[in-house]
Design a protein around this ligand. Structure first.
Ligand SMILES: CC(C)(COP(=O)(O)OP(=O)(O)OC[C@H]1O[C@@H](n2cnc3c(N)ncnc32)[C@H](O)[C@@H]1OP(=O)(O)O)[C@@H](O)C(=O)NCCC(=O)NCCS
Length: 168
C-alpha cells in the first residue's frame, strides 16, 4: 500500500471510514472539513491510501496572535513591536487510530510545516501555531521543538526554525 498527501476532495476521498479517539477530530473530517474548504475558512490536506481512503489529515489557516502571548524577553529579542503577530495555524492534525505509531503523523506534520513555510515566502508568517487537544498532543508537538504560548493551550514554532528544519 502506498500513501499520498492531497488537498481534500470530497468527490474523491473516502471520509466516512476515518476513526480517531477524539470524536471531534473524527467528526471534523467526516462532516465539516469540506464545508470549511468551501467557505475559505480552512484548507485541509489528507493522507490517503491507494483506494483514496483517508488515513490522516491536517488543516491550515491564518491567524494573528497578540504579542502579549510571548514574554517580554522573547518579544524584545525578536523585535515583536506590533500588537498582533501574523501566524499560520495548524488547527487540527490527526491519524486514523489504526495507523497511529507508524511515523505517518510526523510525515503529515512536516508536510504542513513545509507548506506553511512556502506560503510564508509570499504572505509573511512569524510562526506556525498549533491547537493541542490534550496533554498527549502537547507532548507530541514538544518533541518537534514547539514551545507553549503563554495563557493559551497553543504552541508555536518560529518560521525561522522551520526553515532550518526543512532545509537539510
Ligand atoms: C498525534 C498524532 C497525529 C501523531 O500521529 P502518529 O502517526 O501516531 O505519530 P508518529 O507515529 O508519526 O510518531 C512520531 C513521533 O512522535 C512520537 N509521539 C507520538 N505521539 C506522541 C505523544 N502523544 N507524546 C509524545 N510523543 C509522541 C512517537 O513516539 C514518534 O517518536 P519516535 O520517532 O521518536 O518514536 C496521532 O497520534 C493522533 O491522531 N492523535 C490524536 C489526535 C491528536 O492529538 N492530534 C494532535 C493535536 S489536535
Amino acid at each position: 500500500m502506498s500513501y499520498t498527501i492531497e488537498p481534500l476532495d470530497a468527490q474523491v476521498h473516502v471520509r466516512d471510514k476515518f476513526i480517531n479517539q477524539h470524536g471531534s477530530l473524527q467528526n471534523y473530517i467526516r462532516s465539516i472539513a469540506r464545508q470549511d474548504m468551501d467557505r475559505d475558512l480552512a484548507r485541509c490536506f489528507v493522507l490517503v491510501d491507494d483506494d483514496k481512503v483517508i488515513e490522516g489529515y491536517y488543516t491550515l489557516n491564518n491567524l494573528s496572535i497578540p504579542s502579549s502571548h510571548w514574554d517580554v524577553a522573547f518579544r524584545k529579542k525578536n523585535k515583536l513591536t506590533y500588537q498582533a503577530i501574523p501566524c499560520t495555524l495548524i488547527g487540527r492534525l490527526a491519524m486514523d487510530s489504526s495507523m497511529q505509531g507508524k511515523g505517518y503523523g510526523e510525515i503529515l506534520l512536516f508536510d504542513s510545516l513545509k507548506r506553511a513555510y512556502e506560503v510564508s515566502k509570499t504572505i509573511a508568517s512569524f510562526a506556525v501555531v498549533v491547537d493541542s487537544i490534550d496533554q498527549a498532543a502537547k507532548d507530541f508537538y514538544k518533541k518537534y521543538e514547539f514551545h507553549e504560548l503563554m495563557d493559551t493551550d497553543r504552541l508555536y514554532l518560529p518560521m525561522k526554525t522551520i526553515h532550518s528544519l526543512i532545509s537539510y
